[in-house]
Design a binder for this molecule. Structure first.
Ligand code: NDP
Length: 308
């Protein structure tokens, strides 16, 4: 059963390979989605300060654990520190806000959400300069923030079980690893058949950094789900295109499909083993359809634009 699959992190912890994504899952709807997921057997929930729903996600987790006779240790919760908390003196505050909002005793994994800091002085999540571009915090680098997160990790072992990064391409990871004392447990990145990230996957595997796939369905209004090849494979197995794309994803890394629809939450964990030939057909798709779906206007180079 796909929901039983786990990956071992470099901390020794087991991370369930399927996690429920909660980006754009608004307060009000996210609670029901998290409860449906846990009742259906999901044991990993992904949220972030930036999604504005940590409090509801935490409440849903606490209630779902009680309703399903589960303990805190039975569930793996990932959250992310937003870039306005990337100054060394603010990283601890970023961690504590998420811990307070979630209110679930401890956080299993916290990630630096992007490899770019944002100016905290404007007091908004996405500060902008008068010309409309993002107000990048030039006083920090990913390595500086990572060192501060290592300290938070060291000082809060009972409240924080693992630290990692998100959206970090190879050059930034290489830089970060030069000074890191703790190797990131995870790099969470956009990954699906149109953006398979093979090079990054190989690099992270070689460094013992686990890769988690975000937007594994191709994100909101996904064109990937109307791909002809995916559709043919889906018909052959009497599955939906979403289930085929996720089956492919699960064979390569952990995945975080998001849904607030109860039927889709359940269907997204009902996955199959694809044949070598089907896998190969899906492996080829990026060559003609290479695409990144999540592209915030950072204004600085964050993405590796090769689709391989
Ligand atoms: P997904 O690839 O998970 O796609 C979600 C979209 O697909 C939603 O519109 C959802 O609608 C729809 N959907 C879900 N299941 C099905 C299905 N079976 N058939 C058809 N449509 C379906 O996109 P996300 O971008 O949300 O990525 C997943 C998660 O990854 C996020 O929620 C978040 O937790 C994480 N993430 C992390 C990022 C980072 O920077 N670290 C960036 C982006 C995402 P509906 O809800 O109505 O079912």
């Amino acid at each position: 059963m796909a929901l039983n699959k786990v990956y071992k992190l470099n901390t020794g912890a087991s991370m369930p390979a399927i996690g429920l994504g909660t980006w754009k899952a608004a307060p009000g709807e996210v609670e029901a989605a998290v409860k449906t997921a846990i009742a259906a057997g999901y044991r990993h929930i992904d949220t972030a300060f930036g999604y504005g729903n940590e409090a509801e996600v935490g409440k849903a987790i606490r209630e779902a654990l009680a309703e399903n006779g589960l303990e805190r240790k039975d569930i793996f919760v990932t959250t992310k520190i937003w870039p306005t908390f990337f100054r060394p003196e603010k990283v601890s505050e970023g961690f504590k806000i998420s811990l307070d909002r979630l209110d679930i005793e401890y956080i299993d994994l916290i990630l630096l959400h992007w490899p770019v800091g944002l100016n905290p002085e404007q007091g908004v999540a996405i500060p902008r300069l008068p010309d409309g571009t993002r107000d990048i915090d030039t006083t920090v680098t990913p390595s500086i923030t990572w060192t501060a997160l290592e300290k938070v990790f060291e000082e809060n072992k009972d409240k924080l079980k693992a630290i990692g990064v998100s959206n970090h391409p190879i050059p930034i990871l290489e830089e970060l690893l030069k000074t890191a004392k703790v190797v990131p447990a995870v790099n969470q990145v956009e990954l699906h058949p149109y953006n398979p990230q093979q090079k990054l996957l190989d690099y992270c595997n070689s460094k013992n950094i686990h890769v988690t796939a975000y937007s594994p369905l191709g994100s909101t209004d996904s064109i990937l789900l109307s791909d002809e090849i995916v559709g043919k494979i889906a018909t052959a197995h009497n599955k939906s295109p979403a289930q085929i794309v996720l089956s492919w994803g699960l064979s390569r890394s952990s995945i975080l499909p998001k849904s607030v629809n109860a039927e889709r939450v359940k269907a997204n964990a009902d996955l199959i083993e694809l044949s070598a030939e089907e896998t190969q057909q899906i492996n080829e798709l990026h060559k003609t359809h290479g695409k990144r779906f999540v592209r915030p206007d950072w204004g600085v180079k964050v993405f590796d634009e090769e689709f391989e």
